[in-house]
Design a protein around this ligand. Structure first.
Ligand code: ADP
Ligand code: MG
Length: 694
């Protein structure tokens, strides 16, 4: 149960004063739906309102807070484009508050002649007269002290005004409960870090630009809190997993031998190495929890199949869980013929299976007739059971939560778990995503692959590119054409792809196909099958093809507005080509002018195809301020910690966490109790359930 002290923080934001049904969704969009989300919504800038000069001394171009008396209104002439002016003064001179497109009634009511006000905003000069266009704040004189401060600036959502955000955050800060310190006091002292309360208050009330930096003591402390909670949660889950005894799946190798004989190729050295690590884990009597990392096309699926056969040799069943229908189907198509050659019955189960056929698949699995099952989330349904599940393979696991992983393993007894990811992750990120899970890496591509010729070309040469593509298609090439994220919304994404597909169809006719996330899954399959069969020569796609799709015949990848994608994503997309021994090309179209960061990203991509190197570069290049980059490759689930700025803390958190659990594996000491609160605070309470003393 969540410690009651935290309840005020986990209330809906509507519990805060002034947050009604209109404002709440706007705040939720910017920060999140709960009070605690506002705490984590740290300022991105500030406005210094501490200058309180007389009107005559107010520096032009700077923000000032002035005490003014309203002298008169100079309404906007109807026919004229000049703004509405409210002339104000103090003893030193006059200044005009200037409004474009004002509501005159509102102005007359708000600023009656003769009254005194505190006004804050940017001062400028127009034809020798000081003026302040659209003051930020107009408050009664007694609020002077409250206005003349440094005001934090927060990221907003459309329709939300700064004042509402800052007032609501301030209200959230007032609700901070007294919580026991979860960090080691000696460590805090050594770092010079403030207590949690103080850290939050300081982070939300920066007194100067320097205090907005991620390396200030308050921000580092908060980031460390988050990183520690993350490491702790992962370690607890892992410890619980390991505590449960495993089953040794040694196997006699007979099925794996048949598979090896059926494969038209030999495993690469790193595939062989990874497989040895996996089968070593499986043969031991503890439970395997291993991550198999390998670039797109490096041959993870085959390795997974060998592992599954090792389980089947021991009389157990194996399951492969994939994040999408397309991927599940594709894995199945790879696995089915090979499993058949090894004499092992395999089946597919996805959300699309309904009625009698589904019931049959489920029954055969439960009866143990099916030895290998491939599927989507459908595998997690309650009515899907196994005769004896021994190995769960989870593909592209960053799309699955810990709970889903466990839901699958709960369908068997002492299930070994192999998690596959095609996203090469730098070491720091790997720790945050997986804790210190065992890792096998496939570092080389299958032999015979040719490097992808990668070019960056400005969008204005589109017509030329289309002509070039036309010639390639005529020679039998197959082309992926990826349309970018246009805006936040899926629909505008889609519109761009549809428009491009229509234009290309006018040029190339029937040979152009379109695939996107909104298509029904049967329709997606039809399109993918058409492309795989070569009926479709040019496939326009939104980023749905990002994950895993394998059409080895495709040799050209066009990515529009490549500058809008993150490095990792571009690398994933490019990985769709260069999967055969034929030369491949990747054309990165961009709209100039490029930011320096975008230039650097595209250069990395031109220079290397090494996914691990690209991942490291991605982390290095991604400045914290780079919104797009963060959106696309930021750490999912993190609010305060930034791997680029706080990478050093991550390793410390890992060590700290090991020490903590050595001394107090069930978090029962007073500090342990405080650390439980920390887990709840960062909503990593799923982990608490894995404590022996829950
Ligand atoms: P990943 O899942 O890592 O993206 P796949 O397992 O789908 O990669 O493999 C990509 C392609 O490479 C498949 O067509 C597969 O048959 C082939 N392949 C895998 N291993 C080898 C190998 N050692 N030699 C040649 N081809 C291989
Ligand atoms: Mg694969």
């Amino acid at each position: 149960m969540r410690p009651p002290a935290l309840n005020p923080l986990f209330a809906e934001i509507t519990a805060l004063p002034g947050v009604g049904p209109r404002i709440a969704p706007l705040l939720a969009k910017a920060a999140g739906p709960k009070v605690v989300d506002l705490l984590w919504h740290l300022p991105t800038g500030l406005i210094d309102r501490r200058q309180t000069p007389s009107v005559a001394d107010a520096p032009v171009g700077e923000v000032a807070t002035l005490r003014l008396r309203v002298e008169g209104h100079i309404p906007q002439p109807r026919t004229h484009r000049t703004p509405y002016r409210v002339r104000c003064r103090d003893d030193s001179g006059t200044i005009d508050l200037v409004y474009f497109h004002p509501n005159p009634d509102w102005l007359a009511k708000t600023l009656p002649v003769g009254e005194e006000w505190v006004v804050s905003g940017r001062v400028d000069l127009y034809q020798g007269q000081r003026q302040m266009p659209h003051p930020d704040l107009i408050e009664p004189p007694e609020r002077f002290e409250a206005v003349a401060v440094v005001e934090p600036v927060y990221r907003l959502s459309t329709g939300l005004v700064p004042k509402v955000m800052s007032k609501t955050v301030a209200a959230a800060l007032e609700r901070l409960p007294e919580l026991p310190e979860w960090q080691d006091p000696a460590w805090l002292a050594r770092q010079g870090w403030p207590a949690w309360h103080e850290a939050l208050h300081a982070a939300h009330r920066p007194q100067g630009q320097a205090e907005l930096a991620p390396d200030t003591p308050p921000r580092r402390r908060l980031a460390y809190d988050e990183l520690l909670s993350n490491q702790l949660a992962l370690a607890l889950i892992r410890a619980a997993y390991r505590r449960r005894p495993g089953r040794p799946f040694a196997g006699d190798g007979r099925l794996r031998d048949r598979l090896a004989a059926a494969l038209p190729f030999a495993l690469t050295p790193s595939q062989t190495m990874a497989l040895a690590e996996i089968t070593g884990d499986m043969a031991s009597d503890y439970r395997m929890l291993r991550l198999l990392q390998g670039d797109v096309g490096s041959g993870k699926t085959v390795v997974a199949l060998f592992a599954m056969l090792a389980a089947v040799e021991c009389g157990a069943q194996a399951a492969l869980l994939a994040p999408t229908e397309v991927l599940a189907r594709q894995h199945f198509e790879t696995i089915l013929p090979l499993a058949a050659k090894a004499g092992v019955p395999a089946a597919l189960l996805t959300g699309r299976d309904k009625g009698r056929p589904r019931a049959e698949t489920v029954a055969e699995l439960a009866a143990g007739m099916t030895r290998i099952i491939v599927g989507t989330h459908a595998l997690l349904s309650e009515d899907v059971g196994f005769a004896d599940l021994g190995l769960a393979v989870i593909d592209e696991q960053h799309r699955f939560g810990v709970d889903q992983r466990l839901a699958l393993s709960a369908k068997g007894r002492a299930v070994d778990m192999l998690v596959m990811t095609a996203t090469p992750i730098p070491r720091t990120l790997q720790l945050t995503a997986y804790g210190d899970m065992d890792v096998s890496r496939i570092t080389e591509k299958p032999p015979g692959r040719r490097p992808v010729d990668t070019r960056t070309i400005p969008q204005e040469r589109l017509a030329e590119i289309v002509e070039g593509i036309g010639r390639q298609i005529d020679r039998g090439a197959q082309v992926f054409w990826v349309c970018p994220l246009v805006e936040e919304s899926e629909s505008s994404d889609l519109a761009a792809a549809e428009e491009r597909a229509a234009a290309l169809q006018r040029r190339f006719g029937e040979r152009v196909g379109l695939i996107h996330g909104r298509l029904k899954s049967a329709e997606k399959d039809r399109v993918m099958a058409g492309f795989a069969a070569g009926d479709i020569a040019l496939l326009v796609a939104t980023t749905v093809i990002e994950v895993g799709v394998n059409v080895p015949a495709a040799t050209v990848m066009v990515i529009e507005h490549a500058e809008r994608f993150g490095l990792a994503q571009l690398h994933q997309l490019r990985g769709r080509v260069g999967r055969s021994d034929r030369p491949s090309t990747c054309i990165l179209l961009y709209a100039p002018p490029l930011t320096d960061a975008a230039k650097a990203r595209l250069k990395v991509l031109r220079d290397t195809e090494d996914g691990f190197l690209i991942a490291e570069e991605d982390l290095r290049l991604r400045g914290p301020g780079e919104v797009l980059g963060v959106r696309q490759s930021g750490l999912p689930g993190f609010r305060l910690a930034d791997p680029a700025a706080h990478g050093d803390l991550l390793n410390v958190a890992g060590d700290d966490c090991r020490l903590i659990l050595q001394r107090d594996p069930d978090l029962q000491s007073p500090r342990g109790e405080a650390l439980r609160t920390l887990l709840y605070l960062f909503e990593r309470d799923a982990a608490v359930r894995y404590l022996r003393s829950g």
